[in-house]
Design a protein around this ligand. Structure first.
Ligand code: ADP
Ligand code: MG
Length: 333
């Protein structure tokens, strides 16, 4: 058994569009340990869902490798791929779009069992009842159609479908972003409970730092198709090493507004640049308060720091003071 349930190396994906080539993933490498939750954060459009779809083999990549428990997924085809399919599953952002509106919930949940030839009809029905209960829904409700459920209930159905085949690894792509704030915590708690009960590993994607902080064992920060920082939540949230992480934290509403007012906040400047013709060197350099000519020229590699995290920056921060001093010393026009 591998210590890493997932190992991704140098994954690259460029979408060819009429407006030009979109570099959505540019050399993504990461590992997720068995039972671990890796949180992936970054602004909208930075390539998070592209990574999720690539891992699920829903899109083809241009380069790189994906190993699930030592099995090279990208070389698998047809029956071989199907034989691994049950081991990794995905929960989508929009539970309504991902459920067939004309299919009763019972057949939505039974479908993966049928495809993978799990049990006789009566056993499958028992399994559907069990799945409904596991996600906090009454089994009788399985006779209904998706539109008869609330948003939170629909996401519970999406979760039930994802765990139907006893997966080891689940990609959660913004699983609560489309839900009412009032039900987000309930769905997050359900995901946390299931993780514990079934020793699941998650790649947990969100643009919302407070959600990542809540669930992640380790955090990866993504910017325009690249990872810029990977580390423990404690390190990332208290003393980020990358100026982008710092700016992302500062652009989020602080839990304590009185602190926020006195703090010298580094707010993100400008728009996310287009991934068509992305910036040279460090892709964050046009928005970075401490960027130099080197940053525009040379792409920084993701390297370990003395503080136990990994950062891709020519001038990693040493706590918060460094950035603020540097920014004050080199004002940009
Ligand atoms: P995120 O999930 O972080 O918001 P995405 O992975 O959805 O980011 O998108 C990354 C980039 O790739 C964006 O610029 C987006 O417009 C582009 N993109 C996503 N899907 C496609 C596609 N099917 N064709 C062309 N461009 C795409
Ligand atoms: Mg997305």
């Amino acid at each position: 058994m591998n210590e890493n349930i997932l190992k991704v190396d140098d994954l690259c994906k460029t979408y060819r569009t009429a407006r030009g080539d979109v570099s959505a993933l540019d050399g993504i490498s990461l590992e997720i340990q068995r039972g671990e939750v890796l949180g992936l954060v970054g602004e909208s459009g930075c390539g998070k869902s592209t990574l999720a779809k690539a891992l699920m083999r829903l899109i083809e990549v241009d380069r790189g490798s994906i190993e699930l428990d030592g099995v090279d997924l990208l070389t698998l085809r047809g029956e071989e791929l199907r034989s691994q399919r049950h081991r990794f599953q995905m929960i989508f952002q929009d539970p309504f779009a991902s459920l067939n509106p004309r299919q009763r919930v019972s057949s939505i949940l039974e479908a993966p069992l049928v495809v993978h030839k799990r049990g006789a009809a009566s056993e499958r029905r028992d399994r559907v009842d069990w799945l409904m209960k596991k996600v906090g829904l009454r089994p009788e409700m399985a006779d209904r159609l998706p539109h008869e459920f609330s948003g939170g209930q629909r996401q519970r159905i999406g979760i039930a479908r994802a765990i139907a085949l006893n997966p080891e690894f689940i990609i959660c792509d913004e699983p609560v972003s489309a839900l009412d704030v009032s039900v987000r915590a309930q769905v997050m708690n359900l995901l946390a409970d299931l993780r514990k009960e079934f020793s699941l590993s998650y790649l947990f994607i969100s643009h919302d730092l407070s959600i990542i902080r809540h669930i992640a064992d380790r955090v990866a920060v993504m910017y325009l198709g690249r990872l810029v920082e990977v580390g423990s939540p404690k390190k990332i949230f208290s003393a980020p090493s990358h100026p982008y992480t710092r700016a992302l934290l500062d652009s989020f509403p602080a839990p304590d507004p009185s602190k926020a007012a006195t703090k010298n906040r580094q707010v993100l400047r400008g728009e996310v640049p287009s991934p068509i013709n992305p910036p040279s060197g460090c892709r964050f350099h046009p928005r970075c308060p401490i960027a130099t000519e080197l940053c525009a020229r040379e792409q920084p590699e993701l390297l370990p720091t003395a503080h136990g995290d990994f950062v891709a920056c020519h001038f990693p921060l040493n706590g918060e003071s460094r950035l603020l001093t540097a920014a004050a010393a080199t004002p940009k026009s």
